[in-house]
Design a binder for this molecule. Structure first.
Ligand SMILES: [Zn+2]
Length: 68
């Protein structure tokens, strides 16, 4: 299980990125909304959609859930 977070600030394309707590590209903590622990990024993405309609997995830590 990993701890997941979503960036409350959108990227330029409107995506809110989902990260694990160990990601090197984790945004500042004040910009993070905790999504809780999940065994895979797909569940974390599902949870993130409760906050934002447009979310995407981080290329680096959630590559399986990243769509370009
Ligand atoms: Zn990441």
């Amino acid at each position: 299980m990993k701890n997941y977070f979503v960036n409350q600030n959108a990227q330029e394309n409107g995506d809110h990125e989902v990260h694990t707590s160990s990601c090197s590209y984790l945004p500042k903590s004040e910009n993070l909304i905790p999504l809780g622990k999940h065994s895979n990024c797909f569940d974390a993405i599902k949870k993130s959609r409760q906050y934002f309609s447009q979310t995407n997995g981080c290329y680096f830590c959630c590559n399986a859930c990243h769509t370009s």
